[in-house]
Design a protein around this ligand. Structure first.
Ligand code: SF4
Ligand code: SF4
Length: 186
């Protein structure tokens, strides 16, 4: 469902709750948000954040029952953009959450010059992070399925030539192997 938040030429944002993964947060993060806005639900924070980004006019969010629909309509019928302090807190939480599961690839692409399989390693690692962060969403299987087989993690031959030039010391071959075994491609 599209929730129109302002009357301008639409800039669309999809999946504000990452397919429901951000509808609940671990207590340590939820408590920090509740301390700032006790009246706000956790899902509402995603919409309030988008209300703080001026170009965003339309938010596309999936809903699975009438309660979610009512709640989202109530949230979006009022504009309460986040303060600077609230944005800083939210981004700090996002940073901590991504560090918990993410591979710290900076997308410098040094590794790609060494890969004889010509894999787009940073792109694959970004998808791997997406998969780990969401606990198994639809994005990684869908994107991998759109790639030719010789561009998927299964094409990695484990030579580790890429790892010799990675400034982050990332065990790329292990990540490719884990990715290949953990995701069912669409
Ligand atoms: S280990 Fe895999 S990703 Fe790294 S260079 Fe070899 S084939 Fe490419
Ligand atoms: S060299 Fe390392 S940090 Fe740079 S793109 Fe490759 S995996 Fe990422």
């Amino acid at each position: 469902m599209a929730l129109i938040t302002k009357h301008k030429l639409p800039v669309w944002v999809m999946e504000p709750l990452r397919g429901g993964k951000l509808a609940t947060l671990p207590d340590k993060y939820a408590e920090r948000l509740r301390a700032l806005r006790p009246e706000e639900s956790i899902p509402a924070w995603a919409f309030r954040f988008l209300q703080s980004v001026p170009p965003v006019t339309v938010v596309l969010s999936g809903m699975s029952n009438i309660e979610q629909l009512s709640e989202n309509i109530k949230t979006c019928s009022e504009s309460h953009p986040l303060s600077k302090n609230e944005v800083v807190t939210l981004l700090d939480i996002a940073d901590e959450m991504s560090k918990e599961k993410a591979v710290p690839c900076t997308a410098c692409r040094y590794c790609t010059t060494k890969c004889r399989q010509e894999l787009d390693i940073p792109k694959l690692i970004a998808l791997y992070n997406e998969e780990k962060f969401t606990g198994g969403g639809f994005i990684a299987p869908m994107v991998l399925g759109s790639l030719p087989k010789f561009k998927r993690p299964t094409a990695c031959i484990g030579c580790r030539a890429c790892e010799k030039v990675c400034p982050q010391g990332i065990k790329i071959a292990d990540i490719m192997a884990d990715f290949a075994s953990s995701v069912s491609v669409w």
